[in-house]
Design a protein around this ligand. Structure first.
Ligand SMILES: [Zn+2]
Length: 302
């Protein structure tokens, strides 16, 4: 083997050494898995939820998290159109929580992200079914636990406080579950009619029947034959109440109630906060208000 001239060998080793040191400096500036940049967003974890129920589930778990809800108060999520800012917020969130059904308007490009995403229906193994899982407090508990788990992964230094806050939120939901179980245990007419078919998960959990006038989306129109069928059903089953929602048109519910003599009343599907009162009550308070109305409608006794 031919020997390299001494000067060339010296220059070569210097450049190898230089490249090696340069590499170390590069890696220390741009490590492969960068730790969270706590100077970004004032050190707060940015959580984005498409709809209000998941924003409530994520609230007060990590005191340093900042939560943005895409579908704001008074807006209906089924036919929502996100703005460019909404798409950017969804894409950039450090933790994104989507429903996976009611928010199908999210573009795939917004979901191509470098941060974790919780797709609730997929997580609960209900993809492409009824999206209204948040109305079941037991399902809500699973979602709160998953959000807590993800937040602990994002910032393990705060895992104890996040764990404690998850336990507090689970206690609220356990209490709600108990109130529903006890409140709806003895009902003379365990059936309601609802304009928007949002209450299936709730009704399955607490053993009553909901007859939806429209489909899962409030825009679905029932056929005249379906309305006749519901009129007969309300009369023969002596259903007392036809419910509609604050965010959807009461017209069909009113028609059915006029036709049959049943009452019409509002039941909140909690898709977003629909009034100042609901903003004050938040998810647990609205659920309790719904429970009072269900107990009356289904003639339940303690
Ligand atoms: Zn809905």
């Amino acid at each position: 083997m031919q020997k390299l001239p001494l000067r060339i060998a010296f220059i070569l080793s210097l450049s190898i050494l230089g490249a090696w040191i340069g590499g170390i400096i590069w890696l220390s500036i741009f490590p492969e898995n960068p730790p969270r940049d706590l100077t970004d967003n004032d050190g707060k974890i940015s959580i984005v939820s498409t709809i209000y129920p998941w924003a409530w589930a994520a609230s007060n778990l990590d005191p340093l998290a900042e939560i943005t809800t895409i579908v704001g108060p008074g807006l209906e999520p089924h036919d929502f159109s996100p703005t460019i800012d909404d798409v950017k917020n969804i894409h950039d969130a450090e933790l994104l929580i989507v429903n996976g059904g009611v928010d199908a308007w999210i573009s795939n490009s917004a979901l191509e992200r470098n941060f974790p995403t919780i797709d609730v229906l997929t997580m609960l193994q209900y993809p492409e079914s009824d999206p209204h899982v948040w109305l079941d407090p037991v399902m809500m508990m699973k979602i709160v636990e998953e959000i807590g788990h993800q937040l602990e992964q994002i910032d393990p230094t705060r895992s104890q406080i996040i764990y404690d806050n998850v336990q507090k939120k689970l206690a609220i939901l356990e209490n709600l579950d108990r109130e529903y179980r006890e409140g709806l245990a003895n009902c003379a007419i365990p059936e309601i009619v609802s304009a928007h078919d949002a209450f299936s998960f709730l009704s399955k959990r607490y053993n009553f029947t909901v007859h939806g006038i429209a489909g899962f989306s409030p825009e679905d129109e029932p056929s005249p034959a379906k309305l006749v069928e519901l009129t007969d059903l309300i009369r023969s089953h002596r259903i007392t109440t036809v419910f509609f929602e604050e965010l959807t048109s009461p017209a069909l519910a009113k028609t059915l109630s006029d036709e049959t003599g049943a009452k019409s009343d509002v039941l909140d599907a909690i898709e977003s906060l629909s009034s100042e009162e609901s903003e004050r009550l938040e998810y647990p308070g609205i659920m309790e208000k719904n429970l009072v109305k269900l107990k009356t409608a289904m003639v339940c006794t303690p």
